[in-house]
Design a protein around this ligand. Structure first.
Ligand code: RB5
Length: 143
């Protein structure tokens, strides 16, 4: 399982800690930046991550910015991406079970690092339910 990860400056500290956490669990992690806590523009790292998930270079993605909204808005411009914003474990579970999110987005300025790992764990370990939810996600893309 190869996971791509990105953040802007607001999520930079958590990104580094989450990479370590995931590597310790045996995941291969590709870091798409940002590379420092200096202020930057989230689309500059979100677009490359979305492309990597879309073309299969990585299996899944994780993105963090302050609220998560900038990342989610940018990532979801890509046709193959379902980026889901989650701020607690229940939503982290449902965003995979019901929406099959292939990128998990979290609001770094509004949750603790323990919440980041809890949400990430449940999202990674939950299976998509399919069925009526497959029919619904099939209707998301705009022609
Ligand atoms: C950065 O200040 C902040 O705007 C960004 O991290 C994010 O919350 C945008 O959606």
């Amino acid at each position: 399982m190869k996971i791509g990860i990105c953040s802007d400056h607001a999520g930079f500290e958590y990104k580094g800690r989450l990479i370590q956490y995931l590597e310790d669990k045996g995941y291969e992690v590709k870091d798409f930046g940002t590379r420092s806590a200096d202020s930057m523009d989230y689309p500059d790292v979100a677009h490359p991550l979305a492309e990597a998930v879309g073309n299969g270079t990585v299996d899944l993605g994780i993105a963090m910015c302050g609220t998560g909204n900038g990342m989610a808005m940018t990532l979801n411009k890509h046709r193959d991406i379902r980026a889901g914003l989650a701020w607690n474990t229940e939503i982290g579970e449902l965003v995979k079970k019901h929406n099959n999110a292939n990128i998990l987005v979290m609001p770094a300025r509004f949750i603790t690092f323990d919440e980041v790992t809890g949400i990430t764990d449940i999202w990674l370990n939950t299976a998509f339910e399919g069925g009526r939810h497959q029919r619904r996600i099939d209707k998301i893309p705009v022609k």
